[in-house]
Design a protein around this ligand. Structure first.
Ligand code: SF4
Ligand code: SF4
Length: 91
């Protein structure tokens, strides 16, 4: 079996990101940076998929997925519905 390097993609919900820098500070690989007050992925190839950014973000504004993998089932499957933004009106 050939060793293929895992790659990861990042889902960023810009509207939810308040630019607090927590994910940037926790990322051990300097994958992330703040630009214009929002997080951006500057070195995606360095990502090791540790998901610290996702776990530490207080606003659920960033998610990490392994590329080429079917939607992961399990631990956070129940929390996947981000269709409604926190600012949405409830009336
Ligand atoms: S998953 Fe880990 S390495 Fe990848 S961006 Fe998030 S904190 Fe950085
Ligand atoms: S931790 Fe969350 S809110 Fe803070 S900069 Fe990162 S993505 Fe944005």
């Amino acid at each position: 079996m050939s060793e293929q390097k895992k790659t990861f993609e990042h889902v960023i919900r810009e509207r939810w990101c308040k630019g607090c820098n927590i994910c940037v500070a926790f990322c051990p690989k300097q994958v992330l940076a703040l630009k214009n007050g929002k997080v951006t992925v500057v070195q995606p190839n360095l990502c090791i998929g540790c998901r610290l950014c996702e776990l530490r973000c207080p606003d659920f504004a960033i998610e990490v997925h392994e590329r080429g993998k079917p939607e992961s089932v399990g631990i956070d499957a129940a929390h996947r519905d981000y269709g409604i933004s926190p600012e949405a009106e409830h009336d």
